[in-house]
Design a protein around this ligand. Structure first.
Ligand SMILES: Nc1ncnc2c1ncn2[C@@H]1O[C@H](COP(=O)(O)OP(=O)(O)O)[C@@H](O)[C@H]1O
Ligand SMILES: Cc1cn([C@H]2C[C@H](O)[C@@H](COP(=O)(O)OP(=O)(O)O)O2)c(=O)[nH]c1=O
Length: 221
């Protein structure tokens, strides 16, 4: 049974870049690694509807905080069997965003914290009702909001497929989302957490995590 590791953070933090670095380092070290990124655009109708809503389509869908959270949650529900199979067949399964993203953005949109009713609702729907696997380790890629926003803007300029959506254009939402993430780390929400900074070397971090896993630290299962 593999370990489930999640990379979390603001839009533009560098999650995709760091995830690719971690996966490359672990594979070079001989681990069997699988990876998934949520939302699963192009594979999940729920994810695609959510992305389209954040770009002004589907009426007032985007204005419903809970409706949006359900779309992202349903994407993960549909991926649950695949996720369990990946865990059975690999040493490490790395996820770029997972349930904590839904907690952080949903609570932040409602001006609540990580212990508020929205956070509890997302936890109950996704881990309780949908039975999604619980992460063994969550990694917060913590970068200043201004740097994440600059990276998201630069990426938009370089890659037409990654234009900024309504959440990414809302700086106050990103600030509040970062605050909820900090609370999730403090609470050790659902698993142990690690915090990585903007200049993290993926190779060093990969070695640190695999050493910890080898020694049974940071693993709840
Ligand atoms: N450590 C880094 N140093 C400099 N630029 C980075 C770094 N990590 C990511 N970037 C750049 O920042 C932008 C956003 O990174 P990305 O990995 O797509 O973020 P996310 O997946 O968190 O939204 C991309 O253009 C990427 O090339
Ligand atoms: C996965 C997920 C993302 N989100 C938010 C984070 C982002 O602002 C937005 C879209 O996800 P994101 O990872 O930013 O996709 P993109 O590749 O388009 O940058 O949805 C949630 O609110 N809940 C979730 O469960």
């Amino acid at each position: 049974m593999g370990v489930l590791i999640v990379v979390e953070g603001l839009d533009g933090a560098g999650k995709r870049t760091l995830s690719a670095g971690l996966v490359g380092s672990w594979r070079a070290a001989g681990f069997r690694v699988a990876t998934l990124a949520f939302p699963r655009y192009g594979q999940s109708v729920h994810a695609d509807l959510g992305a389209e809503a954040l770009r002004g389509r589907h009426g007032d869908t985007a204005s419903s905080v809970d409706g949006m959270a359900l779309l992202w949650a349903l994407d993960r529900r549909d991926a649950a069997d695949e996720l369990r199979k990946l865990l059975a067949d690999n040493d490490i399964v790395l996820l770029d965003r997972y349930v904590a993203s839904n907690v952080a953005y949903t609570a932040a949109r409602k001006h609540q914290g990580a212990s508020g009713p929205a956070a509890e609702w997302v936890r109950e729907i996704e881990f309780g009702r949908f039975g999604l696997p619980v992460p063994d380790l969550q990694l917060l890629l913590k970068v200043p909001v201004e740097l994440a926003a600059r990276r998201a803007r630069d990426r938009e300029a370089a890659d037409v497929a990654r234009d900024r959506d309504a959440y990414e254009r809302d700086g106050d939402l990103q600030t509040r989302t970062g605050e909820v993430y900090d609370e999730l780390v403090q609470q050790k929400w659902m698993s142990p957490w690690m915090v990585a900074g903007p200049d993290t070397d993926p190779e060093q971090l990969a070695a640190q995590i695999s050493n910890q896993l080898r020694h049974g630290e940071g693993v709840t299962r």
